[in-house]
Design a binder for this molecule. Structure first.
Ligand code: 21W
Length: 239
């Protein structure tokens, strides 16, 4: 997958792509990242990229000209089939389902806004989809882009070693993860649950499932309701 990132702050991404799993994905050629610094496309004398909002209000908006010029370059580099995403607190909530969908694409374009937002004409002309990371306020789209790239990359075949398959984990069955332990079996007087040391894999699986359900009930009852609805639908289809 090729990802083109439009941002005023490309250096914010250095750590994320320079380490660990994403670095390996890039080295293996499974992921290719290209930055477009929006300021490079500003045609005014001071390379200005923001301006005051019509109608008043606090803060500045990203103005159309640098973004239109930048997008023209981006689309001439990658062709019309690419899907473009803007990160915005007003976007659709990002979930594992979104990540899985995006992982199927060959070409992804990510626009990271800063300041108070972006002139709506940029969205209208150039953006296919708007994504929010959740109901809280960030300082810009870059950190949202990093989270989305990370979550999407894990669904690209070959990015994860086979030892941590994406199908076995949290959210694939709509439940939260069970607690996990490694050696030693006693640490500062704290014991690992005996069932995990028993070697009885049926019992271990049962315990893990119960822990997942209990945690989900306590922390995320909304997920249980969703899982119940999915089950009902499934059972209706069988009957
Ligand atoms: C913060 C943009 C506040 C806009 C009327 C219309 C990207 C984000 C962001 C930011 C405002 C995401 C206004 C969750 C986020 C992001 C920067 C408010 C004022 N008034 N997901 N607009 N939360 N945030 N604009 O903040 O760019 S994804």
């Amino acid at each position: 997958m090729k990802i083109r990132i439009l941002t005023l702050f490309p250096a914010m991404f250095d750590g994320v792509f320079g380490e660990s799993i994403l670095k390996r994905a890039i080295d293996k050629g499974l992921l290719e990242i290209r930055f477009y610094n929006i300021r490079d496309y500003a045609e005014n004398k001071h390379h200005q990229v923001d301006d005051y909002p019509f109608g008043g209000g606090a803060g500045m908006l990203m103005m159309p000209q640098p973004l239109f010029s930048c997008f023209k370059q981006v689309y001439s580099d990658c062709g019309e089939n690419a899907v473009s995403i803007n990160f915005s607190p007003a976007g659709e909530p990002f979930t594992a389902k979104t990540a899985k969908e995006l992982a199927k694409l060959d070409e992804l374009i990510l626009l990271c806004g800063h300041y108070e937002g972006i002139d709506q004409r940029v969205i209208e002309r150039w953006i296919d989809r708007e994504i929010s990371l959740g109901d809280y306020v960030l300082t810009g789209g870059e950190i949202a882009a990093m989270a989305v790239i990370d979550a999407v990359a894990r669904f690209i075949p070959g990015v994860l070693g086979s030892e941590n398959s994406v199908t076995e984990e949290s959210f694939s069955d709509g439940l939260l993860e069970y607690p996990q332990y490694t050696r030693p079996s006693v640490y500062e007087g704290m014991e690992v649950p005996a069932v995990l040391l028993s070697g009885n894999h049926a019992e271990i699986n049962k315990w893990r499932h119960e822990q997942s359900v209990e945690r989900t009930r306590k922390r995320r009852p909304d997920l249980l309701e969703q899982a119940d609805k999915a089950n009902e639908k499934f059972e209706k289809r069988l009957s």
